[in-house]
Design a protein around this ligand. Structure first.
Ligand code: CTP
Length: 459
């Protein structure tokens, strides 16, 4: 079996060999090549100790000398070259307290998480497969190397990695590995929010985001996001629904696969985080009327608060939090079938998020019961048609698009500060209703100016 190694990887391997050492491409890059996927990065494992690696290559960075890793720089690219190692006792579910270097490749492969990640390759030897990784790749199986419990004790994040790989590759988790995941799920508490975030996002942007369900089934969500468990325990006895809140959420993610190839990774990330959170407020807002029908009044606002809390907890950046909050807050906004109403919504959601809002509305609707589904989808279509016209006509949506600015109003005698802000906002409202009025003649006409001055002078 042959892998086309990038030239620079081949070069590093042959230089190490010429110096009398062994060297292989290892881990995710080998797995991805065999699956016909493009590897994100190339890792090299070698019998050379870190100081020798530093001596042999001119441009290097001491990435983790203690753990045997030296980054070798080649042109604009960089490659992690790590000495064969046996990991010692793990202190905190993440860092081995000490690592011992070894000169046996097999021992290095043995410390790795899953058989499909424990494959090595170079052009002379071909694939080195000590733990059945090739057959697991062929059969679509995620299986821990040797004893799963030990692998998860070494690094609890591997519990989430298993589910993430199963979503990325559409693989099944082998039975014993799965039971260990269930048994050890609680140990994910030791893992930092940043590392959990990375795995969660990789799972969500994968081709099978609906596998978020496995987080619930294995008990992982109870530890990292109990809000999911609450949704799973909230029934929705309402003609518009056919699933509980949790399964409905999973279905919305499943529906989002339709847009897999049409969205950038960044957009997929925002959309799917929003879908995950859009109904999280429902458990808190549930009421049941005298006929036994469940209602969830005000849930979008509560979902927004919960989304914000979760994303902060998982250390997401402010831009992501803002975008997800916005989509969650307006996810249920349906009364926008006139241009003035839609323009107001667009002003709140913002240009860049509107395309995602329409996708979210469709994913949500298609995960509800069939009751009135056609009408609901037709409404979204009509709304999108209006949206396109508004974009085409470049209707004014923000203060920046107004044909007048603060200076104009100061010239007319408005006081800078509150009064000015209030007057500009009133003008925006007028123009959102009727873009034809976005002219200097109209907005600066004596009558309107007088009226707005009176309205705002006590602000
Ligand atoms: N690895 C491991 N346990 C971890 C993380 C990594 O055993 N908790 C090993 C695996 O052999 C893995 C390799 O280190 O293949 C590289 O790790 P990483 O780059 O994090 O993951 P990849 O498998 O390359 O996958 P991805 O790039 O999709 O994260």
């Amino acid at each position: 079996m042959q892998i086309n190694l990038p030239e620079k990887v081949s070069h590093i391997i042959s230089v190490l060999k010429a110096e009398g050492y062994e060297a292989y491409a290892v881990g995710g890059c080998v797995r991805d090549c065999l699956l016909g996927r493009k590897p994100d990065d190339w890792d090299i494992t070698t019998s050379a100790d870190p100081l020798s690696v530093k001596r042999i290559f001119k441009r290097t960075v001491d990435t983790g000398l203690k753990h045997g890793t030296v980054t070798v720089l080649m042109g604009k690219e960089s490659y992690e070259v790590t000495t064969y190692r046996i990991d010692g006792v793990y202190e905190d579910g993440r860092h081995p307290r000490e690592v011992t270097f070894t000169d046996r490749l097999e021992e290095d492969l043995m410390r790795r998480d899953f058989t499909i990640n424990a494959l090595a390759y170079n052009d002379d030897t071909g694939i080195v497969d000590c733990f059945g990784g090739l057959s697991d790749l062929k059969n679509g199986v995620i299986r821990a190397v040797n004893d799963p419990e030990k692998r998860f004790d070494e690094d609890a994040l591997r519990i989430m990695r298993a589910v993430r790989f199963s979503a990325q590759l559409d693989f099944k988790i082998e039975e014993k590995t799965l039971s260990s995941i269930i048994k050890k799920a609680d140990t994910l508490r030791q893992i930092s929010a940043e590392r959990i975030q990375t795995e969660l996002v990789k799972l969500l942007v994968s081709d099978s985001p609906q596998k978020i369900l496995s987080l619930y089934e294995t008990g992982i969500s109870r530890v990292i996001m109990p809000e999911i468990d609450r949704m799973m325990e909230t029934e929705q006895n309402n003609p518009h629904h056919m699933y509980n809140v949790g399964i409905h959420t999973v279905e919305t993610l499943n529906n989002s696969r339709e847009w897999n190839d049409r969205l950038s990774r960044a957009d997929k990330r925002i959309l799917r985080l929003s879908l995950l959170c859009h109904d999280m407020g429902k458990p808190d807002c549930k009421s049941t009327d005298e006929k036994g029908t469940d209602h969830f009044y005000g849930h979008a606002g509560v979902s927004e608060e919960i989304a914000s809390r979760i994303l902060k907890r998982l250390k997401f950046d402010n831009d992501t939090i803002y975008k997800v909050r916005t989509l969650v807050k307006y996810h249920d906004h349906r009364d926008v079938l006139t241009k003035p109403k839609l323009r107001r919504l667009m002003a709140k959601i913002g240009d860049d998020l509107m395309p995602l809002w329409f996708i979210l509305r469709r994913c949500d609707t298609n995960a509800q019961s069939e009751y009135k589904r056609r009408e609901k989808l037709e409404c979204i279509d009509s709304c999108e048609k209006l949206y396109r016209e508004i974009v085409r006509d470049k209707d004014c949506l923000t203060l920046k698009d107004l044909k007048v600015d603060g200076k104009d109003l100061i010239t007319c005698g408005f006081k800078p500060g509150r009064q000015l802000g209030a007057a500009l906002n009133r003008m925006l409202q007028i123009v959102l209703d009727d873009p034809g009025k976005n002219t200097r003649e109209y907005l600066l006409s004596g009558e309107l100016i007088k009226e707005l001055y009176r309205e705002t002078e006590n602000k």
